[in-house]
Design a protein around this ligand. Structure first.
Ligand SMILES: Cc1cc2nc3c(=O)[nH]c(=O)nc-3n(C[C@H](O)[C@H](O)[C@H](O)COP(=O)(O)OP(=O)(O)OC[C@H]3O[C@@H](n4cnc5c(N)ncnc54)[C@H](O)[C@@H]3O)c2cc1C
Length: 493
């Protein structure tokens, strides 16, 4: 029986474990934390349950594919609920806007802005949809192991077609005149941790996919996906060892042969690393030659995504005007969004507010609400900000100040009965997320596709990487694609 060791029980590690176990591999996962799931984690505060970070679920078929692959019916593990409207946007002038997923309601709402912007929005979707179809066929499902996979006429031609040079925001502005609608779309392209004002406009595919394919909610919250993967892994005979950090990936004569931890040395035929790539190459791979081009210097020079400040709040009353996904667009939108990328805390933060208890009473008791408020902030590579009590209090104050513009949440502070704060320092310390980033290596043009760290190590035999800092990129469904590609590579070998 072939054996595999996986370093890290994040989404990438868990999905890879399930798939390899279903193909007869004896799989062992080592996880440093006491809970599995990595950044897709949870807080159980008695009457209140919270997803720690991820909450926006696009492309459910990618989540389901792991179960299909293992010959199981995902419906026995998970319940997906389609959301409509997908978002409710609140603006600092007290107005709001619902983004519906069905076209009749959507069109009516858009026409309330203007017929021109309604047409513009559909043209924008059509333009980005074409890019998505190309990206899906040529880039997201190709592991680019060899340079010829990328540097060929067809790939380069397609690459040029999808990567026009304007930023996400400029691209949106070509089609839409309403500043409020522009900001709502641009806010969503932030979900890969890159600024919509500087980042390549290909990331407009996030608002486009959400609009065209819908947004979904998993009963029990996003963490129910981790629970489902765990159950699947155990059913298939896999093993998960928690509270055990790997300190070294052992490489002998150019081949990965095992891992070292406090429990000693464990050997396997293949090693898959889901721990964040830049952290792992810097800390777990000791020999300079095995690091290949990813020397410590190169790792420190690469570009990284921003991070996130999160308040998890248990509230003693309900807020029926919230949906599951809400976006608050604050004043001076551009200046405040850009703060996260220039080492500053936003003065008037724009917020993403997640309220799963609106439709799921497993997340909060009847008559109460569990909500997450998230703000993009700089990662810890920027030494300007130390996440101590005074920084946390400053962010809290700024958030509550701005929330006073949102009439429906103006009494929120007096109704808090549970509060937890998560900062970039937590991502750094708890999950070894390099630089405390939320989304890993930045998906800039020079750090995507062939230029992003590869799934199959080019320098070490039998070593593979999955997760948000390797190809194809960041976010749960894209990390699931990294697992899919890794398993294909391993089985092809
Ligand atoms: C605030 C925030 C909001 C987000 N929102 C969304 C969203 O709405 N939708 C979405 O799709 N995505 C979202 N994401 C992104 C998504 O959560 C990540 O892209 C994804 O979870 C990353 O999975 P991963 O497998 O790459 O790694 P991780 O989650 O980083 O897992 C790596 C695992 O490796 C473990 N590990 C590290 N070092 C060692 C070691 N030495 N030994 C053993 N174990 C080790 C870590 O503890 C961790 O469990 C969000 C992320 C954040 C932070």
């Amino acid at each position: 029986m072939k054996t595999a060791i996986i370093v890290g029980a994040g989404i990438g590690g868990l999905a890879t474990a399930a798939k390899l176990s279903s193909k007869g591999y004896k799989v062992t996962i080592y996880e440093k934390d006491s809970k599995i799931g990595g950044k897709v984690n949870y807080i159980d505060a008695g009457n209140f349950k919270f997803d720690l970070t991820a909450s926006i679920l696009m492309t459910p078929h990618i989540y389901q594919e792991v179960f299909d692959y293992a010959g199981k019916d995902y419906k026995n593990y998970l319940k997906f609920i389609e959301l409509n409207p997908i978002y409710r946007a609140f603006y600092s002038d007290g107005t709001s806007f619902d983004l519906f997923s069905n076209t009749s309601n959507l069109t009516k709402k858009l026409e309330e802005i203007s017929k021109e912007d309604s047409m513009g929005y559909y043209k924008f979707l059509s333009n980005v949809y074409e890019k998505y179809i190309i990206a899906e066929k040529f880039f997201l499902n190709n592991s680019f192991t060899s340079s010829l996979d990328f540097f060929n006429f067809i790939s380069l031609q397609k690459m040029l077609k999808i990567n026009t040079l304007s930023s996400s925001y400029n691209h949106i502005s070509k089609y839409i005149t309403s500043e409020k609608l522009r900001n709502l779309i641009a806010f969503q392209s932030l979900y890969v941790g890159i600024s919509p004002f500087d980042g390549p406009n290909i990331y407009n595919l996030i608002p486009t996919i959400s609009q065209l394919y819908g947004l979904w909610y998993l009963e029990g919250g996003m963490y129910s996906y981790v629970n489902a993967l765990e159950r699947l892994i155990y059913e298939l005979g896999g093993k998960i060892i928690k509270n055990t950090a790997v300190s070294e990936i052992i490489i002998e004569k150019g081949t990965a042969i095992g891992v070292k931890s406090v429990s000693g040395i464990d050997r396997a035929d293949i090693i898959i690393c889901d721990a964040d790539f830049p952290y792992a190459v810097k800390n777990l791979i000791k020999a300079e030659r095995a690091k290949g081009k990813y020397t410590d210097k190169k790792i420190s020079e690469m570009k990284y995504t921003c991070s996130t400040f999160i308040m998890h709040l248990g509230l003693k009353k309900t807020y029926p005007k919230l949906l599951v996904h809400n976006i608050y667009i604050g004043n001076d939108f551009k200046e405040n969004i850009q703060s996260a990328f220039i080492g500053k805390l936003p003065k008037h933060p724009s917020l993403y507010i997640y309220c799963p208890s609106r439709i799921d009473n497993t997340m909060a008791e009847n008559g109460t609400e569990s909500i997450n408020i998230m703000v993009r902030v700089p990662n810890t590579l920027n030494n300007n900000i130390i996440w101590n009590d005074s920084t946390i209090n400053l962010m809290r104050e700024r958030i509550f100040n701005d929330l006073s513009n949102m009439e429906i949440l103006s009494d929120i502070q007096e109704n808090i009965i549970y509060e937890n704060i998560t900062t970039p320092q937590d991502f750094l310390e708890r999950f070894n997320s390099y630089g405390g980033t939320a989304f890993g290596l930045s998906p800039t043009l020079l750090q995507t596709n062939y230029f992003r760290p590869h799934i199959k190590s080019p320098t070490v035999n039998n070593l593979y990487f999955v997760g948000n800092s390797v190809h194809p990129g960041t976010g749960v469904s894209i990390v699931l694609l990294s697992s899919k590609l890794a398993v294909e590579e391993i089985l092809n070998q």
